[in-house]
Ligand binder design. Sequence first.
Ligand SMILES: [Zn+2]
Length: 194
Amino acid sequence: MRDFVHLHLHTEYSLLDGACRIGELITHIKSIGQRAVAITDHGNMFGVIDFYDECVKQGIKPIIGCEVYVAIGSRFEKELKGGRKYYHLILLCENMTGYKNLIKLVSLGYTEGFYGRPRIDLELIKKYHEGLICLSACMAGELSVKLSDGDYDGAVKTAELYRDTKSGLYRAKAYFSAAYKAFKANRHPACGYE
Ligand SMILES: [Zn+2]
């Protein structure tokens, strides 16, 4: 497991959500021989400085990120769409440009897009994607929601959309086929992912 790196991880700063104390987390990562770890708290970057300092102190490579909320449509529209307010999306910083862009995105989520949670939207992602890598996130990610709804074509379109912003990690069609089959075989009950 030495080469494994957690790229989706919620700390104690992931409000109403995370349980990992940063100091204990980094000590544990080090104790099992892993060399890097990401922070992807929900909708905020409040824990980033503590996380970075603790990683540097213990000789672990910090990967700064956030699990953002993405409005369905415009961030200025404060209404439910298909019973939802947002999807989840993981953003990871590749470099300092990405870090600055992530700060911008997360801040605008609060000042412009807040509706239940701080939300950004595709318009902002297109504008501030440089230096960022995106992952499909969890069962509340747009890709997973579409796959679990049986909307394979919609999921592929979502993946292509993010790929075209050049921040995507969505690559092979084989991934969608495998994920789609898994969703069909293992349909998950709706659990109200927040
Ligand atoms: Zn999530």
